[in-house]
Design a protein around this ligand. Structure first.
Ligand SMILES: CC(C)(COP(=O)(O)OP(=O)(O)OC[C@H]1O[C@@H](n2cnc3c(N)ncnc32)[C@H](O)[C@@H]1OP(=O)(O)O)[C@@H](O)C(=O)NCCC(=O)NCCS
Length: 186
């Protein structure tokens, strides 16, 4: 098996034949390849494939501007719309079926500081930043350009800098269109 089993769930959230249509799938595939390799018994094959992983990671990171290290704990069903300036800290935790977009950062507030934990079905708008010791609850939605510095409850929508939880006018129609998960336009 080349990829971690979660890659099937990632692929299911992409359109058919994404390899030449969605650059972000390259970064997701390399991450799952690295995670699968880390599950192998130690030995020559694992060491060789780890070199392959690091080379592929650097090439894809440079080409797409997506930094998605294999040590990040990310549940299956990761979807990244577009590419460029997507940075996920190696110690960050993301649940299943999370959605990222261009310009997202999930990282610490200062070097060596704590990093965010995102629940299942969390969706970030373009250029949203989630920084520091922050928990974002299941199915929370973070608006474009928002900076999240405090916890966001499950199902909430947070916008602004620093982000604050808002009442939305369009939640019902968005949720229906996205099969129950709050969703902004692609
Ligand atoms: C967060 C979001 C989903 C809310 O959408 P919505 O339900 O239509 O929002 P509403 O119209 O109910 O807005 C509620 C309030 O939040 C404000 N708001 C909405 N999104 C905001 C944002 N990203 N930053 C700051 N304030 C925002 C609105 O101005 C409004 O404030 P007001 O009541 O004082 O006028 C949406 O604005 C968003 O940011 N989606 C991300 C889209 C994206 O990333 N697109 C990129 C595609 S490539």
């Amino acid at each position: 098996m080349l990829f971690d089993t979660r890659f099937h769930d990632d692929l299911a959230r992409y359109p058919a034949r994404p390899w030449l249509r969605e650059q972000s799938i390259w970064a997701v595939a390399v991450m799952r390849f690295g995670q699968r390799n880390d599950q192998r018994p130690t030995g020559l094959l694992r060491r060789v494939l780890d070199r392959v992983y690091w080379l592929a990671f650097r090439v894809v990171e440079t080409a797409t501007g997506i930094t998605l290290p294999k040590s990040t704990r990310i549940g299956g069903g990761l979807r990244i719309h577009h590419f460029g300036c997507v940075i996920v800290h190696p110690d960050a935790v993301l649940g299943r079926n999370c959605t990222l977009r261009q310009g997202n950062t999930i990282g610490n507030r200062r070097p060596g500081g704590p990093v965010p934990q995102l629940g299942n079905g969390v969706e970030l708008g373009a250029y949203a930043q989630v920084l520091g010791d922050v928990k974002v609850g299941d199915n929370a939605l973070i608006g474009a350009m928002s900076v999240v510095l405090h916890d966001v409850p499950p199902g909430a929508t947070a916008v602004g800098s620093p982000a604050r939880v808002i009442e939305r006018t369009a939640v019902a129609s968005d949720s229906a269109a996205a099969g129950g998960t709050p969703s902004a336009s692609k």
